[in-house]
Design a protein around this ligand. Structure first.
Ligand code: ADP
Ligand code: MG
Length: 321
């Protein structure tokens, strides 16, 4: 099978939003009146982001999910995406499963695959997503204000738990591992929540490199600090109930775990009722984990409200120490 048959077979489908999808030199995408395009790319490299043995359907899901998570973080509605693929060979069974993983998630969010690039090379997947958000309503990292509450969606730490079990660093009962593994391999982009937070959240980011690291991006962009109640944070770890994990491990997993694809966001106290309501309407658990402070420091508090010393690091591909 050649390059163009491959594209035709696995990656070409009629577009919903695009005027022109796969097949020409450029795709064409109309933008609604009063809307802005929100655009983001994420690349997944074999050996770095996933193992060669990973189930290709789950890999397809995750490649798109991590991109949609960025649209969720800025409150955008997904419209289309581009897929740039380097493949070592044409393996039709693999491509069939990989493309199913992509299509299932794309269909769930009415997101069109409108183009991309296909080349031979070490397995590498780069997706660019395009979404729409009404002008001036995009959620940015820079809007957090002193006195705002800090919230996270869903569960933190479970994806990292699964990775540590794979690495042989931690062991948990099989059913706890299976749940955690699903969180690592099939993350849920929080799109409904992101859109519901327009006009309510003052700042937002998705948690891809660990809560503390991604929250730091908000603090830096907003020039503020934060007090974090760590007992609220560890409470979001789904594996906590049956995993028999020491507190230090729970803290590491939830504060600096990474691969969560949940949202961290801030909102004024006056929005507490709105947030409780949208947690219900979007069927997304939301936990308040602390407050924005003026000190420009990130402080971790224990269950007694005492400051903890910490050395939790978020993930950085180029950090050597
Ligand atoms: P060009 O030579 O103009 O760069 P290509 O020959 O690479 O275009 O691609 C032909 C068409 O197929 C284009 O519309 C391109 O966007 C699309 N395409 C290529 N690879 C993919 C892919 N992996 N998924 C979806 N569309 C693709
Ligand atoms: Mg061309």
């Amino acid at each position: 099978m050649g390059e163009f048959d491959l594209i035709e077979t696995f990656f070409k489908r009629p577009a919903r939003h695009a005027t022109l999808g796969v097949g020409d030199d450029c795709a064409l995408l109309p933008v609604g009146t009063g809307q802005q395009l929100a655009i983001s790319s994420d690349m997944l490299v074999e050996g770095r982001h996933f193992l060669p043995t990973v189930n290709p359907r789950l890999l397809g899901h995750k490649a798109l999910a991590v991109n949609l998570s960025d649209l969720a973080a800025c409150g955008a509605t997904p419209k289309a995406f581009m897929l740039a693929l380097a493949l070592p060979e044409v393996n039709t069974a693999w491509l069939s499963e990989f493309s199913k993983g992509i299509w299932n998630l794309a269909d769930a969010h009415q997101c069109d695959l409108i183009g991309g690039d296909t080349t031979r090379g070490p397995l590498n997947i780069c997706i660019t997503v395009l979404g729409e958000v009404p002008a001036h309503l995009a959620l940015l990292r820079s809007g957090a204000k002193v006195g705002d509450d800090i919230y996270v969606s869903g569960n933190l730490g479970d994806a990292r738990l699964a990775l540590e079990v794979f690495r042989g660093q931690l062991s948990v009962p099989q059913n706890v591992f299976e749940q955690a593994r699903l969180r690592m391999e099939m993350p849920t982009p929080r799109l409904a929540l992101g859109q519901a937070l327009r006009g309510i959240a003052t700042a937002a980011a998705d948690i891809s490199d660990g809560l503390l690291g991604d929250l730091q991006h908000i603090l830096k962009a907003s020039q503020v600090g934060a007090d974090i109640e760590t007992n609220q944070v560890v409470g979001t770890l789904a594996a906590r109930a049956h995993g028999n994990l020491p507190l230090a491990t729970q803290l590491m997993l939830t504060l600096s775990g990474g691969d969560d694809y949940e949202l961290v966001f801030t909102a004024p106290e006056s929005k507490r009722a709105d947030i409780a309501a949208l947690s219900v309407s979007t069927q997304t658990p939301i936990t308040c984990i602390g407050k924005i402070k003026g000190s420009q420091q990130l402080r971790l508090l224990d269950s007694q409200g005492h400051e903890m010393t910490h050395a939790f690091q978020s993930f950085d591909h180029f950090k050597t120490d």
